[in-house]
Design a protein around this ligand. Sequence first.
Ligand SMILES: [Zn+2]
Ligand SMILES: [Zn+2]
Length: 276
Amino acid sequence: MWIDCHMHTPLCGHAIGLPVDYVEAARQRGIQLMTFTCHIPMEADRFGGPHIRMAEDQLPLYLELTQSAKAVGRDYDIEVLVGIEAEVFPDEEPLEAMDAILQRYGFDFVLGSLHHQCPGYQQRIYQHPQYGNDFGIVEQYFQDLTQGVLSNRYDSMSHPDVIRIYGTVQHFNPADHEPTIRSFLQAMLDTDTCMEVNTSGLIKGVYQVHPDPLILGWAAEMGIKLTIGSDAHTPQQVGQKFDEVYPLLYSKGFSDIHYFKNRVRHSLPLLPNGGG
Ligand SMILES: [Zn+2]
Ligand SMILES: [Zn+2]
């Protein structure tokens, strides 16, 4: 069974296609369970405005559009779930409003993303000496992610090595950061938080899955649980590259894939051709 637990809606201002169109795409690709996870409303100065995320007063519309998708999904025997892509950030203060939204809306699934390219994080890099050079920025980024894991806010940490794209660093080799990345993995293990395999990495930057296969190997060895998502911003991207990534995950030794419903984790067998 193919599942895709990371996709967007036009409310974020940089995705196209209505949720019902994503369901249609899922039907064509044989995906039987899908979770919308559009970008959570955040303060614009530090986290980006209407071209990055919906405004708080658009949340009811988000629910309405995804409810219509759910209804279409029922006709096709596709389960449609409604999550959100929340933000990870090293300061707690801007996360307070986000926590209130997470509490108010009963999402099925909460992704944790550290969008290093957002102005607030960029500012920290330039203002805090511990970030320093490329090596220091990557180290600090994974430590910030680890702190995010330990906050227990998130069900799964999305595109964990997204630091390698968007130009914040010129050089990224996971092998140089093995102890810090393993601490991040250990934090997920300790808190029973999943790690997301995000296939959108295969269509940008260095054209590799998020996280890098080396990190996936460490994660398999440590027993990290995975969720999977295309990070689709168009209906055409639903389930993108799953035919390449499922066999990769299987070859690394993963035998299950997970999804969340009402914030409760469910497991499915992971088989090279899409699961059982
Ligand atoms: Zn996006
Ligand atoms: Zn996303």
